[in-house]
Design a protein around this ligand. Structure first.
Ligand SMILES: NC(=O)c1ccc[n+]([C@@H]2O[C@H](COP(=O)([O-])OP(=O)(O)OC[C@H]3O[C@@H](n4cnc5c(N)ncnc54)[C@H](OP(=O)(O)O)[C@@H]3O)[C@@H](O)[C@H]2O)c1
Length: 246
């Protein structure tokens, strides 16, 4: 492979599209997986490097693994694979359906991709597997299954990294701990809501440095540190609310 190739699994989100644009500007060939390939036509038309789009069946792990393996052979492997699929949702009634959907995408689908890509990278003998994860995985939270699924992803990636070291292969596993951008956006908080270009370029820089785990944007590292260290009676902000008078 003379030109670097990056695969993005879950390429429809704004962040994935910005990453694709920045990779293309750096002359990287792109292989994109997306639920509805037509939905990213404006993006693919605008890219200057070769780009191929495949459908993404994240809820059907067996089919998904076959799709990835086929694309891998067609493109003669890849230098970098980024997993950026994710489902989030909150309902105080805690319906099982919501949890099941989140587990299907964020746990089952995520593990199927990470497992198959890791083995393909090992066969290839080098490369990088990265996942856009969340600091939500550091503690439990009201979006119960989402927080738990991000803890799963963090642990899974650490385990794969251990396997790469055991095999003494130059296969890098990167856990990108993204801040809670949606929450910052909802609160209209510009301090915590960096421009998407900045988020993408920090991700690419961290990946190029081969970082095992890093926070984007960097200031979320402090929040992560505090989140882990706080005792539950402070972390759980519901304890802060004054009790209703009878
Ligand atoms: N946004 C935030 O504030 C934030 C903060 C921290 C971490 N993160 C993490 O960043 C990652 C991406 O989040 P995002 O906010 O960019 O989310 P997003 O815009 O909702 O994108 C999620 C991606 O997952 C795909 N996806 C979801 N369900 C799918 C399904 N059933 N089948 C196939 N594809 C499916 C989506 O495809 P479609 O568009 O085709 O549905 C999309 O490509 C997630 O892992 C998330 O946990 C996000």
């Amino acid at each position: 492979m003379t030109q670097a190739t990056a695969m993005i699994i879950g390429a429809s989100s704004q962040l994935s599209q910005t990453l694709a644009k920045q990779f293309s500007e750096q002359n990287v060939e792109l292989v994109l997986f997306v639920q509805n390939p037509e939905s990213i036509k404006p993006l693919t038309d605008s890219l200057t490097t070769p780009v191929t789009v495949y459908p993404l069946a994240i809820e059907q792990p067996k089919q998904l693994i076959e799709q990835i393996e086929t694309a891998w052979q067609t493109h003669n492997g890849a230098h970098l694979v980024i997993i950026n699929t994710g489902l989030n949702g909150y309902d105080p009634a805690l319906p099982w359906q919501l949890d099941e959907d989140i587990i299907d995408v964020n746990v089952k689908g995520f593990a199927a991709v990470a497992n198959s890509v890791f083995k393909l990278l090992c066969e290839q003998g080098y490369g990088q597997l990265a996942a856009i994860n969340s600091i939500a995985g550091l503690r439990g939270g009201p979006n119960v299954a989402y927080h738990a699924s991000k803890a799963f992803a963090q642990s899974y990636l650490e385990g794969l990294s251990m396997h790469a070291q055991r095999l003494k292969l130059p296969v890098t596993i990167s856990d990108i701990q993204l801040g809670l951008l949606d929450k910052a956006a909802m609160q209209g908080n510009k301090f915590w809501l960096p421009p998407i270009d900045k988020v993408a370029s920090q991700i690419i820089k961290g990946l190029q440095k081969g970082k095992r785990k890093f926070y984007v944007t960097k200031r979320w590292r402090l929040v992560a540190w505090l989140t882990v260290g706080l005792p539950e009676f402070i972390y759980n902000t519901r304890h802060w609310k004054p009790k209703k008078k009878r």
